[in-house]
Design a protein around this ligand. Structure first.
Ligand code: PY5
Length: 306
């Protein structure tokens, strides 16, 4: 899906024209994958565009930077304000938001510490990542032959740009084999997550998701779904899952900012089927929440125009 241009991109404190948001070919991060990023969404609400859990996402951006010993020259509050400003100047009612902190031009060695840290924030309208049909009827998944990176190989708790080569390899393998998305197992053989989404299964009325020790990212959507499900009276457990637990799930779905909430239709050709009752209920509550229609979760919305 090609990126839809907007007018301005925030770069190191300035709003520059979309076509002028350029970097040098010797940018450190281009060579070694040394950047950190976030994926965030703003939704249209009765009070204008609202960013879903903006502060939580930007806190994770700073945590990712901390894991790579990268000093971001902006505070959490400055990044929150810069994001809102970028949404306002681009006059979008809903958008995907992509902040990135990266090591810029200046050094080429593997010691990143002397490199300048650059930050940019782009926003553009982006439909649901796996498609509207996927949200309604689910996706077909393949357990990847690629393993999720081990936490002692890379800090998988960070959204580090270089770490995503692992996700890309699995995604391409799944697409070329005729599937929509891949599931990555960790080096112990337990289910970790998808290429850009966390995983939930429903078994006997309870919701189960792999623990963070599986190597899964601490997803903001994952956390929101866990809260929503408990408030709906559904038991939620963090437990290691085998691939066969996916094959035998009563229901299963993926969660992520880009993908939102997408049912799993099948895993490795084992049918799970059309989305079940619990998946539907969680999807319904989540979509109402992000549009500001659930008073209980109002504090998750941060309005761009206030
Ligand atoms: N796991 C991985 C590896 C991810 O990249 C993401 C988000 C998630 C889980 C879900 O986290 P959250 O719920 O906080 O979004 N992926 C990005 C996103 O914007 C990039 C996907 C293309 O959803």
């Amino acid at each position: 899906m090609p990126i839809e241009k907007t007018a301005k991109i925030w770069m190191d404190g300035k709003l520059v024209d979309w076509d002028d948001a350029r970097i040098h070919v010797l940018t450190h991060t281009l060579h070694y994958g040394s950047g950190v990023f976030e994926g965030i969404r703003a939704y249209p609400t009765a009070n204008g565009p609202a960013v879903f859990r903006l502060t939580d996402h930007l806190r994770r951006l700073l945590q990712s930077a901390h894991l790579f010993l990268m000093d971001v020259p902006y505070s959490l509050e400055e990044l929150v304000e810069a994001t809102k400003e970028t949404i306002r100047v681009n006059e979008v009612e809903s958008c995907y938001i992509r902040p990135i902190a990266f090591l810029g031009y200046g050094e080429m060695g593997l010691n990143p510490l002397p490199c300048p840290v650059n930050v940019s924030i782009a926003v553009w309208p982006w439909g649901t990542y796996l498609g509207d049909e996927a949200v309604k009827h689910g996706v077909r998944l393949q357990v990847s032959s690629w393993r999720r990176m081990d936490p002692n190989v890379n800090p998988v708790a960070a959204k580090g740009t270089g770490i995503y080569i692992n996700s890309s390899l699995a995604k391409v393998e799944a697409l070329k084999s005729g599937y929509d998305e891949a599931i990555l197992l960790n080096s112990q053989g337990f289910v970790a997550e998808c290429t850009g989404e966390n995983i939930f299964v429903v078994k006997d009325g309870s919701l189960v998701t792999p623990p963070l020790s599986s190597g899964a990212l601490e997803g903001v959507t994952r956390d929101s779904v866990m809260t929503i499900a408990s408030d709906l009276g559904i038991e939620v457990r963090e437990e290691n899952l085998l691939r066969t637990d996916l094959y035998c799930a009563d229901e299963a779905f993926l969660t992520g900012t880009a993908a939102e909430i997408v049912p799993m239709r099948s895993v490795d050709e084992r049918e799970i089927g059309e989305p079940g009752e619990i998946t539907r209920k969680i999807q319904e509550t989540y979509f109402a929440t992000v549009h500001g229609d659930v008073p209980q979760y109002k504090e998750w919305l941060e309005y761009a125009r206030e």
